[in-house]
Design a protein around this ligand. Structure first.
Ligand SMILES: Cc1cc2nc3c(=O)[nH]c(=O)nc-3n(C[C@H](O)[C@H](O)[C@H](O)COP(=O)(O)OP(=O)(O)OC[C@H]3O[C@@H](n4cnc5c(N)ncnc54)[C@H](O)[C@@H]3O)c2cc1C
Length: 344
């Protein structure tokens, strides 16, 4: 039996009670329902890139989602294509596939690790694109009712790195449907200042799809945000904390230099802050670790906690707690972890 440290990008986590792999939609639903009926602890595992699993999880039943398949349906009369992707497809492979098809809408999310099925859970996003931009619907097996149904965009209540599933509506995603658009090999209009800057173009311009994806992968690699065996800074969950969203009134209490972006949330106009800036300016530098710990802040980016080799899950969580305490003491903001913490 493998430990979860071998199946997660943070490389922490003990041996579970069992790991069941499912390669077809039917097997996935069957295996999941079977475990739910026992009432025991369970975990759906995709690529393990957004999980911090505790060192002792001997009671946990793991269902590993390995279902594959992509179907394309061309929308009537147009340049839009609906794609149904099985949950176990690798996200970055899927992005490459869409580029081969000349379809735009996810190219700026190239290089995000993990599976397609986990994408809606936290509404993955990067460089100006979010999954919710192209999301249409998904198939969902509800943990409460054990029923198989369809959830559409309104049901998912997507937010920044957030969805109704992340907020606690437990269940299994078997497939996801996204609608992408063809602009004759060009990307969707650029909404990321970093991409626009890299190419010397304006926001709203369009660029060749493949070039956008390649440039994003390069930017990611320079920040340790692209999985690579040769980059110890990528032994992580990516960003460990979400960017805090605060009121205008609160934002005015922060140093003027602190980066901020206006965002429109359900409860009105709010301000999104940079978690990385808050961490760095609370006195935690890149590469920082608690003395004796094998968990450390990435040497390339303050927002990632990395395993420098043999760290325990407790060491990762201890460092995360330390970061939260420093930021809270300095700025009065409690950073919210982005990865899912299992078994703590
Ligand atoms: C180097 C690095 C960079 C990253 N960069 C980004 C980024 O730019 N943007 C971003 O948004 N994220 C980023 N992440 C986080 C991560 O890649 C995403 O959250 C990704 O969607 C997780 O996919 P996964 O298959 O690995 O999910 P897992 O880690 O296996 O699971 C994550 C959660 O989803 C649940 N889940 C998984 N599959 C299913 C399913 N089929 N049905 C229901 N629930 C399911 C799990 O139970 C768990 O709660 C990064 C991570 C790393 C390591």
């Amino acid at each position: 039996m493998q430990s979860l440290s071998e199946l997660t990008t943070m490389r922490v986590g003990g041996k579970p009670a069992q790991i069941i792999s499912a390669q077809t939609r039917e097997d996935l639903i069957e295996a999941t329902l079977e475990i739910w009926r026992t009432g025991e602890d369970w975990l759906l595992l995709g690529g393990g890139s957004n999980l911090v699993v505790a060192d002792d999880v001997s009671d946990l039943n793991v269902i590993k989602v390995e279902t594959k398949g992509i179907q394309a349906f061309t929308s009537a009369g147009g340049n839009k294509t609906l794609l149904r992707i099985q949950a176990g497809e690798n996200w970055d492979d899927f992005v490459n596939h869409t580029i081969d098809l000349g379809l735009a809408g996810v190219e700026a999310m190239a290089g995000i690790p993990g599976t397609v099925g986990a994408g809606p859970v936290q509404n993955i996003g990067a460089y100006g694109q979010e999954l919710s931009d192209t999301f249409v619907r998904l198939e969902f097996v509800d943990y409460e009712t054990h029923e198989v149904g369809i959830l559409d965009k309104a049901d998912l209540q997507f937010g920044y790195r957030d969805s109704v599933i992340k907020r606690g509506r437990a269940g299994l995603i078997t497939w996801v449907e996204l609608e992408l658009e063809s602009f004759g090999g060009l990307s969707a209009p650029i909404t990321s200042g970093q991409i626009a800057g890299a190419f010397g173009v304006n926001l709203g311009d369009q660029l060749p799809l493949r070039e956008v994806a390649e440039s994003v992968r390069k930017m990611r690699a320079s920040k340790g945000m692209l999985l690579s065996d040769s980059d110890p800074d990528s032994v992580s969950c990516g960003s460990f904390f979400t960017n805090p969203i605060v009121s205008h009134t609160f934002a005015r209490t922060l140093p003027e230099l602190s980066p901020r972006w206006e965002t429109l949330e359900d409860d009105g106009l709010t301000v999104k802050l940079s978690a990385a800036w808050l961490i760095e300016n609370s006195g935690i530098k890149k590469g920082f670790s608690v003395p004796g710990s094998k968990a450390a802040i990435s040497s390339k980016h303050c927002l990632a906690i990395t395993n420098r080799g043999g760290a325990s899950a407790n060491e990762v969580v201890q460092l995360a707690n330390y970061v939260q305490l420093q930021v809270s003491n300095r700025f009065g903001i409690t950073l919210v972890p982005e990865p899912n913490l299992i078994g703590f």
